[in-house]
Design a binder for this molecule. Sequence first.
Ligand SMILES: NC(=O)c1ccc[n+]([C@@H]2O[C@H](COP(=O)([O-])OP(=O)(O)OC[C@H]3O[C@@H](n4cnc5c(N)ncnc54)[C@H](OP(=O)(O)O)[C@@H]3O)[C@@H](O)[C@H]2O)c1
Length: 335
Amino acid sequence: MPEKDKTFTPSKRRFGVLGTGRITRRLIADLQSIDEVEVTAIASREISRAKWCADQHGIPAFVQGYENLIQREDVDAIYIALPPSLHYPFAIATAENKKDLLCEKPFALNSAQMEAIDAAFQKNRWLDATGWLHHPRTQSFANWLKEGSLGKISHLSAALSFYQPFQSNDHRLQPELGGGCLLDLGWYIFGFTRFFMRQMPRSIYADAIVKEGVTQRVNAMLWFENDVTASISCGYDAATRKWFEVAGSAASLICDDFTRPWHDRPTRCWIHEASGKVQSHSFEGNQEQQMIKNFVSGEPLRHLQNQAIDTQRMIDAATLSIESGSKVDLPVMDR
Ligand SMILES: NC(=O)c1ccc[n+]([C@@H]2O[C@H](COP(=O)([O-])OP(=O)(O)OC[C@H]3O[C@@H](n4cnc5c(N)ncnc54)[C@H](OP(=O)(O)O)[C@@H]3O)[C@@H](O)[C@H]2O)c1
């Protein structure tokens, strides 16, 4: 059994929420559904919006200004659901105020910011809100891999897209707010390769279609040890896709809802064997609720933090590759 995280203080976690946007409103319900958690305060740029959101969700305190919430004594943990460019400053403020941090993806704009945040959290815990890693199905993925159910892995592929889903003022279309599909959706597809390979690639080549300063589509090739390769794609210009395939010598694992289950269908995946036989699997569980439980439970988070840090490093390498037009080699990591 791994030891409990020594930075963990057992008690009911009182969450303060930064931002009143789409994902905030969804995650508040998940936070409030967990016995060990209460949401005590919410902050917005506008006091009227903070009050509206507090009233909607039965949150006792509402605050104007994110910094004001982070300093409150009735808050032990901060949930950041702001545009990506605001994650870093308020993550650092959270560490300085000795609170735990659950922060939306992409965790930061680049790995330098991410490592600075990691270093700032000496006494408290941080976790990126990447829900799919916490779904019970993901443990089955890991078990199948460990048991060798797919044989020797040779190639991974993934695609993630939404067709022009945003209004023109959305932060995803604003370069200065960390917009673009590379950070927004790339977080999932690069993270998918890191999860299944349990290591960083040796090289990445990425190409992008960029409009008005933000990536609209990104395609990337990745090369890992032992001739394993990956081809991944994400964009705002194709109908909703969220699938991956992990191809091995004995079978392929295929999943068409890996980032978040389709709302009206069971969480699912398939193992296609070489003979054409297909095993269908479906799963119960709410990935966001499980993520929150893992965050407040005191279980070690370092393996998830390493997964997040490596994901951000891969996105850095992809950015460099897009800018330079060349394949980028990554340093060998000793983990
Ligand atoms: N894990 C997931 O499944 C998932 C899903 C969607 C999004 N996300 C992530 O969650 C974060 C927020 O995304 P969202 O879809 O919730 O965005 P959103 O609906 O636009 O909400 C963002 C919130 O940030 C605040 N904000 C502060 N400065 C802003 C600015 N200059 N422009 C716009 N908003 C600003 C606003 O709250 P106030 O005005 O109240 O201050 C706004 O409501 C992003 O990092 C995104 O990638 C994660």
